[in-house]
Design a protein. Structure first.
Length: 548
């Protein structure tokens, strides 16, 4: 368990991010219109800070504003950035805006979305009104990364993956959800959330993972992300993550926030995937991550995503599961979101959808959007350039099968379809195991040093790299039985002293134990040449005059 030293580094990263953003203090709302997010991001002197459904929040200097207008982008100023305030984006019903009070200032609203600022944390009494609440980090959107590690979706039949998926247990998945609900409340500010973080940490440690409580500060409080890590054996610097938020909220969060669907269902998915994969080894590193502070605006996931960005970690993909066990009236559909501008993210989302369809009885609905969908813990990973699909059991807040007990004290396990949720977990297991690559141990066999006759047991690649001769499957070093300094498996005459390894006839059997030493090809050539000379000489002598 690692805690000490993290808080200082996270605070330092926060300061650096603030300094980075200071060059573009004037904030604007940009109408997407026919312009794609990528085309706007590519403009000089324009920093895109948040991607809403219909508009972008950006910072720009005067040159950037002119470039936007030349491209035909509608630009609306919302004033200079207030460095003493936090900014948030969220979805809200128009009728609820008047209920927010004076503690939060709306700087933009439209299309059922809003941008607001506040000098203090958002009051818990209104959190349940704010759907998809996301604090804006003011780190500019990064260029998309091309990650070569996502397998193609035509590799769908693998009996070994199928065997692993069969180990998913509905009983265990249900038990994880029930345990999380039984904390009473996992509201980020409460001791219940700290207890849930510690329990999740201990659960991952009990599965023999390397574990960490990753601390971060918000509003004078220290909260923790929980991380379990399995180091890859082929290329450990390449990392795949599965993530879900462990905190919860309701209209009375300090007293009761059971959060069975939101998001014990996703957290239990992370833990059940970890349990199933705990006995296997993988090519690439896997991190099982449970974050806190999601309901306050993706606080924990943004901190960890920025940590990965600032430390240049090679994050090949992040699978985010948030609210995955309510079927509603539309059947067992799991909606997989990705940014259509981000090819690596689309590829990973396609893989998740295809393997969910292949290895479970749930079915995937692929949703590509122009820009990263905010409101859950994939958001900042994707915004910072890491492929991060998002899975949820409804097409967000306007869907007819949206969870009716969202952010209420009635979000309890009895409202869930645990058969369905278990099938979603199977898709997660199949995708993570496939993407991270089941590790196959290299075949170890005898490797002979041609110069010394010494023997080592190496893989074929290691043997070739050492300049040795790989002896093949089933061979082992067996010692120097005849005392000539040559290991038996490398000795051309293993039972007879033959230190020079002489082999006059080139048949691989040392002269000292060869029953019939046959001349070598070169020796046969010399004999043939001598016979030819003798024959020619005799012929010449017979042709000379005076000879009978």
């Amino acid at each position: 368990m690692v805690v000490g030293g993290r808080i200082l580094s996270v605070l330092l990263l926060t300061v650096l991010a603030t300094v980075r953003a200071a060059a573009a203090d004037e904030l604007y709302i940009l109408e997407k219109g026919a312009h794609g997010v990528s085309s706007i991001v590519s403009l000089k002197n324009v920093n895109v800070y948040a991607v809403l459904d219909s508009v972008l929040l950006a910072g720009a200097n005067q040159s950037g504003v002119e470039a936007l207008r030349q491209e035909g982008v509608a630009v609306n100023s919302i004033g200079a950035r207030d460095a003493n305030s936090d900014y948030f984006v969220f979805r809200i019903d128009d009728r609820d805006i008047g209920r927010l009070g004076t503690d939060i200032s709306i700087v933009y609203s439209g299309y059922g979305e809003a941008v607001a600022k506040t000098k203090d944390p958002i009051p818990h009494s209104i959190l349940h009104l704010l759907k998809g609440l996301t604090r804006i980090s003011f780190v500019p959107r990064q260029q998309m990364r091309t990650i070569p590690h996502v397998p193609p979706t035509d590799r769908l039949t693998d009996p070994e993956i199928e065997a692993i998926v069969s180990q998913v247990s509905q009983l265990q998945y249900t038990a994880y959800i029930q345990t999380l609900q039984d904390f009473g409340t996992r509201f980020s500010y409460t001791d219940g959330c700290r207890a849930a973080e510690q329990w999740a940490h201990d659960t991952l440690a009990g599965l023999a993972y390397s574990t960490e409580l990753f601390p971060f500060s918000y509003s004078g409080n220290t909260w923790y992300n929980v991380i379990g890590r399995k180091t890859g054996l082929l290329d450990p610097d390449v990392i795949y993550m599965i993530i879900g938020h462990i905190d919860s909220t309701s209209e009375d969060p300090y007293v009761s926030a059971p959060g069975a669907e939101d998001n014990a269902s996703g957290s239990a998915c992370v833990l059940e995937v970890a349990r199933v994969l705990s006995s296997r080894d993988f090519d690439y590193t896997i991190e099982f991550v449970l974050v806190s502070g999601e309901e306050q605006g993706l606080i924990g996931s943004e901190v960890y995503a920025r940590y990965c960005l600032d430390n240049s970690r090679n994050i090949a993909g992040v699978l985010n599961f948030d609210m995955i066990s309510y079927a509603g009236e539309w059947g067992w559909d799991t909606n997989v979101y990705s940014d259509e501008n981000f090819a690596a993210e689309v590829a990973l989302a396609d893989l998740l959808g295809a393997l969910t369809d292949k290895y479970s009885t749930a079915y995937s609905v692929r949703v590509n959007t122009d820009g990263t969908t905010y409101g859950s813990d994939h958001y900042y990973f994707s915004l910072y350039g890491f492929p991060a699909p998002f899975s949820i059991d409804a097409q967000l807040w306007s869907a007819p099968d949206w969870y009716p007990w969202y952010h209420t004290t009635d979000d309890v396990i009895t409202h869930l379809d645990l058969d369905f949720g278990t099938e979603v977990v199977k898709g997660a297991v199949a995708t993570l195991a496939t993407a991270a690559g089941l590790y196959v141990s290299p075949l170890i066999a005898a490797c002979c040093d041609p110069a010394t006759g010494a023997c080592s047991e190496l893989s074929e690649a290691e043997c070739q790299a050492a300049g040795g001769v790989y002896q093949g499957e089933g061979t082992v070093c067996n010692g120097d039985g005849d005392g000539d300094g040559i290991d038996g498996v490398c000795d051309n005459c293993p039972d007879v002293y033959n230190p020079g390894q002489q082999d006059g006839d080139g048949d691989g059997i040392g002269d000292a134990c060869d029953p019939l030493t046959i001349p070598t090809v070169s020796q046969w050539g010399m004999v043939a040449m001598a016979l030819l000379v003798l024959t020619a000489g005799a012929f010449v002598l017979r042709r000379q005059p005076g000879r009978a």
